[in-house]
Design a binder for this molecule. Structure first.
Ligand code: ADP
Ligand code: MG
Length: 383
């Protein structure tokens, strides 16, 4: 049996896996967890589909680990329910949930070899000797640790230990894999490498993963969908593109990626395309369908990503255009960053590639602008 068929999900073990691919694999409804009067997780609702890589992204203390621990069964909910393939598992003990878990600190057994660590979950499951040997072999191959099988965790690098933890979580073909900041203890280079490797394994085996991170780059690079969390609630859930290009709040615009957040009054709203006033000029913004009533006279917050701010000659191709003064210019190898003062507001621009123009200096006056579709309306302020 190849690794692919062995680890490819339904069929290899008896479980309540829905045959209907349109039904969610995991359904979370009204899930909440409180400790006394303190709310760790508010009421959250979401689904996870088979083969999805869903990332819970949020600052420290936003409830990510609590939500993951509830799905794993390590803690029990105060309210709400969790279904796995249509079966309510809210009060099923963790070892009977068919869920694999990988934590930040690996939690390997120090007195056991790599092989024994990986084999550990099979002890609790009725897997015969021959199949056990096959699975261990395949799990070791999957994470490329075959030749290190007899070492102890203390004899492995951080990345290798993390691979052991991954193999151990996958060896019993769980319906779903939960990972809590699994790469955060690794150095930057190794983290980049593991990011790619994990995504490849996930896609190759069509794994369903719920992944926790506070690192926006990790979330954007790896996920099929991202749920942005704040203060125990899910603020927005969508594809990385949706979250990055069309955040539904100032918090998300600011938390995910680098953001210019411009606050300006709405001066017109014809044909559903609001017009705002900034630095003596009017400019149009894209509002999506979230704001059917962008009331003239109110202030709005608009997101313009620094990479969409065009400067110098490039700004002459767009109709939204201003003049500013360069406050700082930073060379970053593959990009340049500028901070530009426009009528007392600091806007950031990020340009990639080489400049045909002369190198722009601090203090210089410069044109800048952006196209309407890159000015995204994030919020309309109450009066
Ligand atoms: P994150 O993983 O996003 O950093 P957590 O889920 O760990 O956040 O925590 C969410 C909130 O719940 C925090 O305010 C935290 O202090 C609180 N919390 C978590 N676990 C407990 C606990 N066992 N007792 C009391 N409060 C807790
Ligand atoms: Mg946490």
């Amino acid at each position: 049996m190849s690794i692919k068929t062995e680890f490819s999900g339904p069929g290899t073990t008896a479980r309540a896996e829905g045959s209907d691919n349109h039904k969610p694999l995991i359904t979370v409804r009204g899930l909440a967890k409180s400790y006394g009067s303190s709310v760790a997780l508010g009421h959250v609702d979401f689904d996870v589909h088979k083969g999805e890589f869903l990332t819970l992204l949020g600052p420290s203390g936003s409830g990510k680990t609590t939500l993951l621990a509830l799905i794993a069964g390590i803690i029990l909910p105060s309210e709400g329910r969790i279904e796995l393939a249509g079966v309510d598992i809210s009060h099923v003990p963790p070892e009977r949930r068919d869920i694999g878990v990988v934590f930040q600190n690996y939690a390997l057994f120090p007195h056991m070899t790599v092989r024994d660590n990986i084999a550990f979950p099979l002890r609790f499951r009725k897997v015969d000797k021959q199949e056990r040997a096959e699975r261990i072999h395949q799990a070791l191959e999957l994470v490329q640790l075959g030749r290190l099988a007899d070492r102890y965790p203390s004899e492995l690098s951080g990345g290798q230990q993390q691979r052991v933890a991954l193999a151990r979580a996958l060896i019993f073909n769980p319906a779903i894999l939960l990972m809590d900041e699994p790469l955060s203890a690794l150095d930057k280079k190794l983290r980049e490498h593991m990011k790619v490797e994990l995504r490849q394994i996930q896609q190759r085996l069509n794994l369903t993963i719920v992944y926790v991170t506070h690192d926006q780059d990790e979330a954007l690079a790896m996920s099929s969908r991202i749920a942005v969390m704040r203060e125990g609630t899910i603020q927005q859930i969508g594809s990385p593109e949706e979250i990055y290009e069309r955040p539904n709040s100032t918090f998300i615009a600011d938390f995910v990626g680098d953001a210019n957040l411009l606050v300006a009054p709405i001066t017109d709203n014809r044909n559903g395309q609001p017009q705002l006033q900034f630095a003596g000029s009017a400019f149009r913004v894209s509002a999506g369908d979230r704001f059917d009533c962008a009331t003239v006279g109110r202030n709005a917050t608009v997101l313009i990503r620094p990479e969409h701010v065009l400067i110098g000659e490039a700004a002459h191709s767009v109709s939204t255009r201003f003049t500013g003064r360069i406050v700082s210019a930073t060379y970053e190898g593959n990009a340049r960053r500028f901070e530009i003062d426009v009528a007392g507001t600091l806007l950031r621009a990020r340009t990639q590639g080489s400049f045909s123009e002369h190198v722009l200096q601090t203090g210089e006056t410069i044109d800048l602008g952006w196209s309407d579709q890159h000015a995204h309306l994030v919020d309309i302020h109450a009066q």
